[in-house]
Design a protein. Structure first.
Length: 235
């Protein structure tokens, strides 16, 4: 059993209507007041996700089966938002590039993405291509990770259940599914990828990308210290 992340946003969405109901019936003090206090020190503290190390990813993927395994392998390899992956079609993929131009929002397809209405292109590395090439839907022309009837998943509940089970079986400390995105960002930064290029891949501006994902893990560093050299050393 995993505890729900009681973030300020989650508390507001869950208890906001209840708080209004108490106010309507003039119940004072409002029982929700303290719970909804998002200005507290604890609430102001930005939630940080601990990225997965390479060995942890291997352990998790090893405990997944079928399209769930390929789904999360693709998520780790691309850093795409899960609502983008669920809306991804085979027609969006051209060679080693995926055009991200739609997402799932409010349980339906939206012809846009969260931070860029024009969409973006995501480079599909070897791990991402391996994942989708093994997916049974590769012979179809619809969604890459669809429901059995071919329709899109309106929410990732089915994949989340497989995600939870994989953590239980592998013994890896549980993190929310969105940590696949944080892990990919950490991998890119740790390998020395230009932050502007990495931000473009994940659909952020550079400032937001660095503020959100400014992590470094030596496990993703290939050890090539030549990147640390200066072009002005021998002038």
């Amino acid at each position: 059993m995993f505890a729900r992340d009681w973030s300020p946003k989650y508390r507001k969405n869950l208890l906001g209507p209840l708080s209004k109901l108490f106010n309507y019936f003039e119940i004072q003090p409002n029982p929700c007041k303290g719970v909804l206090d998002t200005s507290s020190v604890g609430s102001r503290k930005q939630s940080r996700f601990k990225p997965y190390k390479p060995l942890e990813i291997i352990k998790i993927l090893d405990r997944l089966r079928g399209d769930s395994k390929y789904y999360f392998q693709f998520a780790f390899a691309t850093g795409m938002r899960h609502q983008e992956i669920l809306a991804l079609k085979w027609s969006d993929i051209d060679g080693d590039t995926a055009t991200v131009q739609r997402c799932i929002s409010n349980y339906r397809i939206e012809e846009r993405v969260k931070t860029d209405f024009m969409g973006r292109e995501v480079l599909l590395n070897g791990s991402a291509l391996d994942a989708i090439n093994k997916a049974q839907t590769r012979w179809g022309k619809g969604f890459v990770f669809p429901q059995p009837n071919g329709d899109y998943y309106k929410k990732p509940k089915r994949f989340r259940l497989a995600w939870i089970e994989a953590h239980e079986k592998s013994g890896v400390n549980y993190r929310p599914m969105k940590t696949t995105r944080h892990t990919r960002a950490t991998e890119l930064l740790s390998k020395g990828v230009n932050p502007a290029k990495a931000a473009k891949q994940l659909g952020h501006d550079k400032e937001t990308f660095l503020k959100t994902y400014a992590d470094y893990l030596p496990e993703y560093d290939g050890g090539d210290d030549s990147l640390m050299e200066s072009d002005f050393a021998n002038l």
